[in-house]
Structure formats: C-alpha cells, structure tokens
Design a protein around this ligand. Structure first.
Ligand SMILES: Nc1ncnc2c1ncn2[C@@H]1O[C@H](COP(=O)(O)OP(=O)(O)OP(=O)(O)O)[C@@H](O)[C@H]1O
Length: 242
C-alpha cells in the first residue's frame, strides 16, 4: 500500500550516447507530476521504459511496487499510456477501435461498451462514432487515443504531450479529466512543453536535461532555488545553468 505509483532507480538507456543517464525519480500516489525538459532531454525515452515498451540498459522501473522487468503484464495493467504519436487503425471506427483495445485488456463487452460510450460522449466524438478514423483531424485522433488509453480504468495515467494539437475546448476537457483523476486518488505523469500547463496543474515538477534529473519539487521549491518568476523563468534558469 505504501509503495509509490512510480519509482525509477538508476535508469539508463543509450542510443550510441546516453539518452537516459542514471535517472532516479519517485512519483507518489495521488499526485500530478510534470516531467519537463528541453528537446532531446530523454522524456519520451523515459516514458517508453516506464510503460514497458523499451527495455532499459540498466536500472529498475517499479509501478505500484511491481517490477516492470519481472512482471510486465501486472505492471502494465495499472498504467494508461498516451504516446506523443499515438497509432490508430485508420480502417476502424472509434467504437470498433475501443472494442478492440478493450478486448486486448480482456474486458467484457458489457463493461467496455458503456465505458466506450461515456468516453466518446465526454470527448465530443459521439457524433463521429461511425466514421473511419483515417478521416479524423489530428486533435480527434488524439482524443480517441486518449479514450483508448483510459478504457481499462487504470490508476496511473502517463501522457506524453497530451495537449498537442488540441483546440482550446478539447485541451480544457483533457485538463479537467486529469484533475478529476487526481481528485479521485489517481496519479498522473505528463510531459509538456507548455509550461503554463505544468504551472497550473502539477503538484510537483521534475526537470531533466541530458537524461538526468537536474531539479525537482513544487513550483515554490523550484522558485526558491532560482531567481524565481514564472515556471518559464525558473525552467530557463535551471536548464541553462545545468
Ligand atoms: N530510437 C532511437 N534511436 C536513436 N536515438 C534515439 C531514439 N529515441 C531517442 N533517441 C535519442 O535519445 C535522446 C532523447 O530523446 P527523447 O525523445 O527521449 O527526448 P525528449 O525529451 O522526449 O525530447 P522532445 O522534447 O524533443 O520530444 C535524443 O538525443 C534522441 O535523438
């Protein structure tokens, strides 16, 4: 019960040179944690290891105390992952796609169907439920991928740039969903280059650069380590100085 939502220990991945370089990081249950960093800092590589899509060269990933390398199926069941470039099947309609994803998780149709309907309604996709997703805009695809990530009602949501390509109304819906998830005791980890989003939503912020955690804390704590200002000011001071 006391294990954190996520614990990374000395996590490493090299692609010729280090992309993630000995990363230690803990995310507590019930918090919204923003992982920030300049382009190429290693955020996506970290999330791919956290979600079991990429094997680390060294180090450990634990999700709610479950070792990802030892029991990937149990660890993955607790996670929803929205990648930065989600893959949909263009020849499927949203309802078919959600049915397919629910099937992969072994959900019974009587569980999955109402949940799929609720998600499509909530994301304003119900009117397009019977169209092929290949004709969808980027934002519509992003919302459907999010619905797919949420269909098995996981406790830990991991989202790589979830607001990219979304219009203002959709971005608001996603932000509200993340806050509601945390209010119910769930945990959210997201990356974003929109620092105002991290500033407004995150309880704690981790900043990585060249695969290492260079600063972590609440916005107030990060401000206290720098000359202060907005999160953008703090971020630029920390990443330029490191
Ligand atoms: N499959 C791969 N093959 C080779 N190099 C890779 C691969 N994936 C990532 N890298 C490299 O690892 C480093 C970290 O990349 P990563 O995508 O994790 O950064 P990021 O922080 O998510 O960046 P961005 O903010 O630009 O999305 C970069 O130097 C990138 O070129």
């Amino acid at each position: 019960m006391t294990s954190p939502a996520l614990a990374l220990r000395a996590l490493r991945k090299n692609f010729g040179r280090p992309a993630v370089d000995g990363l230690d990081l803990t995310v507590r249950r019930g918090e919204l944690y923003a992982l920030l960093g300049p382009n190429g800092a290693g955020k996506t590589t970290t999330l791919r290891m956290v979600t079991g899509l990429l094997a680390p060269d060294a180090g450990q990933v634990e999700v709610f105390g479950i070792d990802m390398a030892r029991d990937p199926a149990a660890a993955k069941r607790r996670i929803a992952y929205l990648p930065d470039d989600p893959m949909l099947y263009g020849k499927l309609k949203p309802t078919e796609y959600l049915e397919f994803v629910a099937g992969l998780w072994g959900l019974r149709p009587e569980q999955a169907e109402p949940e799929a309907r609720r998600l499509l309604d909530w994301l304003d996709l119900a009117g397009h439920a019977h169209e092929l997703t290949e004709g969808f805009s980027r934002g519509m695809k992003q919302k459907l991928a999010l619905a797919g990530a949420l269909i098995h009602a996981p406790e830990l949501l991991i989202l790589d740039e979830p607001l990219t390509g979304l219009d203002a109304a959709a971005a608001r819906q996603v932000k509200d969903l993340l806050l509601a998830h945390v209010a119910k005791g769930g945990t959210v980890i997201l990356t974003t280059h929109i620092l105002e989003v991290a500033e407004r939503l995150a309880q704690r912020i981790g900043i990585i650069r060249q695969g290492r955690l260079i600063a972590e804390g609440t916005l107030a704590e990060l401000r206290a380590r720098t000359l202060g200002g907005s999160l953008e000011d703090v971020f630029l001071q920390l990443t330029e100085r490191a």
